[in-house]
Design a protein around this ligand. Structure first.
Ligand SMILES: Cc1cc2nc3c(=O)[nH]c(=O)nc-3n(C[C@H](O)[C@H](O)[C@H](O)COP(=O)(O)O)c2cc1C
Length: 190
């Protein structure tokens, strides 16, 4: 049974809503196991990511989906601190040939989201992973991918009020990516 792990940071909860939609999409594919791993401030001690259980779960996964809000035109510092902690894994190429994908949420409709998705892509390539994009034309399959990103899934939510979350269309975009990665993981495991 292929395992898909979604590892993400969310400061205000907006990206968390999107991550849950990605997980729902992945779970909709039968024969898969899905982990939703939220990077927490408590995982970072004296500037370093210290959650070894997290890393062990990722090492045992067939696919890893990276997620972060776009902060100041890139992934959040907390996500980057997590990524920096994967250096030992990189050195041993333990994630080589795992599947990878990414998603981001930001306040702007563009908001420099592409830079965050590109960072996830570069991270995956350092690890020797196999990248999966959205694989869908804008609005080609129902009301998804309205921001026309091919490299990863994108959502929009303002910082305030905190009650504002990615809407149904964004959640459908996230679910699409999760489903696509899970379907690929089933094929990849054959
Ligand atoms: C420190 C900080 C920097 C931000 N930088 C950007 C940015 O560069 N582009 C953008 O569109 N939104 C930016 N935003 C808005 C957030 O991306 C947006 O509100 C997102 O929904 C927050 O997700 P979260 O609740 O999961 O943290 C920024 C917000 C914060 C707090």
């Amino acid at each position: 049974m292929p395992t898909i792990s979604i590892v993400y940071y969310s400061g205000g909860g907006h990206t968390a809503v999107f991550a849950e939609a990605v997980a729902e999409g992945a779970k909709s594919v039968s024969g898969t196991s899905v982990n939703l791993l939220r990077i927490d401030g408590k995982d970072i001690v004296e500037g370093r990511f210290k959650n070894d259980a997290f890393l062990a779960t990722l090492n045992a996964s067939d696919a890893i989906i990276f997620g972060s809000p776009t902060y100041m035109g890139g992934p959040s510092g907390q996500f980057k601190t997590f990524a920096d902690a994967t250096g030992g894994i990189w050195y041993q190429q333990q994630w080589k040939d795992k599947l990878a994908a990414g998603f981001t949420v930001s306040a702007g409709t563009s908001g420099d989201k592409l830079n965050t998705l590109e960072y996830f892509f570069i991270l995956s390539q350092q690890h020797g992973m196999v990248w999966i994009g959205t694989g869908v034309l804008p609005y080609a399959t129902g009301q998804i991918n309205r921001y026309s990103f091919s490299s990863g899934a994108a959502g929009q939510a303002n910082q305030e009020p905190v009650t504002e979350k990615p809407d149904a269309e964004d959640k459908a975009t996230g679910a699409h990516l999760g489903r696509r990665v899970a379907e690929a993981a089933v094929r990849w495991a054959k």
